[in-house]
Ligand binder design. Structure first.
Ligand code: AHR
Length: 504
């Protein structure tokens, strides 16, 4: 380890805030992809399965993770999906080709099972349904909303009741398609085509229920050639009838450039700010009093460029796809991405870590075997637990380090959230790989005198990970010596670390 860097600092003041945190910032994503649903959430016959075939060991971990909004059923999957396949008696449900992931979909798990899963998670869990605007259109979207949300007395709402769900599901959040800008998307469209279809669908759905919250598809990545122009065109059609626009971003280390990878949140923050600027530009052009918010409904670390560890034949049921095993380095980056989302809590209303189980996921399972926490589980669970309240405006002064992709980047990435009880949690990442980073935080106008806990995720081995054989190799540890002195929080952040400092 090298000598400590000069101190990084910032000041906290309760009068300077970003805004309240929408709990849906801690959302997740369940797609019919690989083993996310089958042998992930749902495995009838598993020793831990309940009467609905849900794995109770996984349910417990999902509760501990603290997820709120859960997006379902895709992803790319949704753009070829017929929702009717997944309702009614299980033995009568069709087997279908899932062309998005070249798998066979058995439909043993569908909307009713998903809602049962959410009910078991607890009252903070909320569905976020994606609609198929790839191969389908307005009628099928209206049908699904009627089936899900209408109390009864119509063919489709009575069908739900006949399927055993007397009470309407009351699904509030709906995605108008998925990644419709991507040529890989079944039924991919131009921005003009999609914008018109999304606007018409939104108007039709609002005739059923004006209170729905609707998400228009933004770009599937900041690097898309149509990025920003896509949003401007789509929003010109949809601005007055949607509430949110979506963003998707996945990060990975490329060509061994770990320094740039550790600065991934620089890209995420720029992406958010560019989409906010585009929304506001369209709003100004339309002279609209509305302000749209963002739904960052897919984000994570994902090693898309790595070769698949073992070949997967086409049309398998629940194949092992996208089962990335995350290192402590990945967890530090994921923590920094969470900080980026919190720092923009004034405009990011919803965010979904993609995905929940087995597929680029914080939770892994073995069929017939155990479930365990990946390294990335920990920053998410801590942020969800302690990141509720109001985000304070954090302006960091920090030594920097050079990166190939982003130039000089501050070593410190940080935010702070003040809970309703006045307690404050500082979330901080030291991006530097070699040296500890002293941190000084001036606590102005805040009645804080004591550090309840300083927890850090860091490891001498940057490749350390949790696996089936060593499921508890990586976990956060307590840091000694962090203190408040004369109104200043003083801490030392280990090299390449994610930190949570709780103050009362
Ligand atoms: O999360 C995996 C995939 O990534 C989703 O299906 C798709 O929307 C995105 O490209």
């Amino acid at each position: 380890m090298s000598l400590p860097e000069p101190a990084a600092r910032f000041a906290l003041d309760p009068d300077f805030t970003v805004g309240p945190v929408d709990p849906r910032l801690f959302g997740s994503f369940v797609e019919h992809l690989g083993r996310c649903v089958y042998t992930g959430l749902h495995e009838p016959g598993h020793p831990a399965a309940d009467e609905d075939g849900l794995r109770t060991d996984v349910l417990e971990l999902v509760r501990e993770l603290g997820v709120t909004a859960v997006r379902y059923p895709g992803g790319n999957f949704v753009s070829g999906h017929r929702w009717e396949d997944g309702v009614g008696p299980v033995e009568q449900r069709p087997r279908r080709l899932d062309v998005a992931w070249r798998s066979t979909e058995t439909n043993r798990f569908g909307l009713g099972e998903f809602m049962a899963f959410l009910r078991k998670l607890g009252p903070l869990a909320e569905p976020m349904m994606a609609l198929n605007l790839g191969t389908r259109g307005i009628t099928e979207a209206m049908d699904l909303v009627e089936y899900a949300n209408h109390p009864g007395g119509t063919e489709l709402s009575d069908l739900r009741i006949a399927h055993g769900d007397k009470d309407p599901f009351g699904i509030r959040l709906w995605c108008l398609g998925n990644e419709m800008d991507g040529t890989w998307q079944t039924g991919h469209r131009t921005a003009e085509e999609y914008g018109r279809l999304a606007a018409r669908t939104a108007r039709a759905l609002r005739r059923i229920d004006p209170g729905l919250e609707l998400v228009a598809c933004g770009s599937s990545g900041r690097g898309m050639p149509t990025f920003a122009a896509w949003e401007a065109t789509v929003l010109a059609e949809t601005y007055e009838v949607v509430d949110h626009v979506s963003l998707h971003a996945y990060y990975e280390e490329t060509d061994g450039d770990r320094d740039s990878f550790l600065a991934s949140a620089v890209d995420m923050e720029a992406f958010i700010e560019e989409v906010v600027a585009t929304c506001d530009h369209v709003g100004a052009r339309l002279k609209s009093p509305r302000k749209l918010t963002l739904s960052f409904d897919e984000w994570n670390v994902w090693y898309q460029r790595r070769p698949h560890p073992h070949p997967v034949e086409d049309w398998q049921e629940a194949p092992r796809l996208l089962e990335d095993v995350y290192t402590v380095t990945d967890a530090v980056v994921l923590g920094s991405l969470l900080i980026a989302l919190l720092r923009h809590a004034d405009r990011v209303a919803v965010a979904c870590l993609a995905q929940l189980v087995n597929v680029i996921a914080p939770i892994m399972t073995e069929p017939g075997g155990p479930a365990w926490r990946q390294t990335t589980f920990f920053p998410f669970a801590q942020a969800s637990r302690y990141g509720r309240g109001t985000v304070l405006d954090v302006r960091v002064t920090s030594p920097t380090y050079p990166t190939d992709r982003f130039g000089d980047v501050p070593l410190l990435h940080a935010t702070a959230v003040r809970g309703e009880d006045g307690a404050v949690t500082v979330f901080a990442v030291n991006r530097g790989r070699n040296a500890p980073l002293p941190l000084e935080v001036a606590l102005r106008g805040l009645d804080l005198s004591r550090v309840v806990e300083h927890s850090a995720l860091a490891d001498a081995d940057p490749e350390a990970r949790n696996t089936l054989d060593a499921p508890e190799r990586v976990a956060p540890h307590a840091v000694e010596g962090t203190r408040v002195e004369d109104g200043v929080l003083r801490a030392v952040l280990e090299p390449m670390s994610w930190n949570v400092v709780r103050l009362v």
